[in-house]
Design a protein around this ligand. Sequence first.
Ligand code: EPU
Length: 441
Amino acid sequence: MDCFRIEGGRRLSGRVAVDGSKNAALPLMAAALLSDGPVDFSGIPDLSDTANMLRLLEELGLEVTRPTDGVTRFRTIDPTAVHARYDIVRTMRASICVLGPLLARRGKAVVSMPGGCAFGSRPVDLHLRGLEALGAKVSLEGGDIHCSADRLRGTTIFLGGPFGSTVLGTANIMSAATVAKGTTTIESAACEPEIADLARLLNSMGAKIKGAGGPRLVIEGVDELGPAVHQVMPDRIVAGTYAAAAAVTNGDVVIDDFPYDSLLAAIDRFNEIGVHVERLDPAQDSGRCSVRVTCERKLRPTIITTQPHPGFPTDLQAQFMTLLCLARGNSIITEKIYPERFMHVSELTRMGANLIRQGPTVMVVGGGELVGAPVMASDLRASACLVMAGLAARGETIVNRVYHLDRGYVRMEEALNALGASIERLDERSLADADLASPEA
Ligand code: EPU
């Protein structure tokens, strides 16, 4: 397993570009199951999660080729495969987004039930309720979800749950409804930009979806979907993470392909804290622009509550916690999407952070110094917050288990080193051997 050795205290400066979005790419790729193809994507980020999705789609009868540099093409060669096995699903919960497309196109889907993850139970009841409402028979056998239907039928579905709407649930039901008989209305649909990106792809394949990006989707079913060409939207969480990394080092960084309009809640909090995200050009049609991130010498505390889009994203909560450790005064962070998503709290505390947790809320007593230490990454965004803490800390930080980070950031150490960071990727065992061999050990 790899780890990062980070020498802290270096100010980041220069220019970095944001890659394509992981959370957009995964349901987009799954939607290729809905047509014979070809469906061509550019901008699929080179990550372990997208590699897993490619493997899964190949097992499900899609041929994957790269006709030109940067383009990934999907074409159906075996429409009989319907089983997403536990071996793959357990490595990536997002495998659940093949459920809707498989069922709608092939009349049957068997998808291993995803387990929990480091930050909670993460049920899929809303996905199943939505598919049942479209007329599917759903059962659980041997740990697998079995769904079947001759042809799905349009209806009105309420997709809200105890923590708001569901992103991948909306992706599943919206994708399935594109080829249902009649019209489907989804109320309390997820408004995340990744859903709007998926609707753009599906519409270019021939679907008739209205309202994407809002809480009410109206989908007029069509008989079949065809080929399409699509560029994956830039990753708003990677963009927000790089902006926060610039801020924790008091840096001056230009970020290209920054999805500004998708990040308004985070930009609002950056402003409040004293981090300036200055737009350098008007956004293009794709919503991308370049921004320059700089910050005031003294950062201010703030209050953050995670919410479904357009609220503050849970996927940036951990990174902002690191930033707020450096602000002068007390901040409050409340997690409303995943109340248990605080695995990073104890690791940040090992680095000198003063954090007081009560249930879904953490008070960050800012203004102290972060000090390098060995820490353990527990999930993707927690890993990002520990890398940022390492950048800001005095001395050396070892972040173990960076395979979590490789799920969602394309070679993060290379991107940050190009901005002046000092991060080395090492094998955890070789580092342990070196420690044992050293006279101080
Ligand atoms: N929920 C239910 N029932 C369901 C589905 C969800 O109660 O059937 C609850 C969840 O437990 C959670 C809330 O609803 O409390 C929202 O979950 P959602 O379904 O929206 O999450 P998701 O679609 O499984 C995606 C992202 C996550 C991101 C969340 C929230 C992908 C691949 N994953 O997950 O991204 O945190 O939306 O925005 O798109 C990450 O990238 O680090 C990550 C975890």
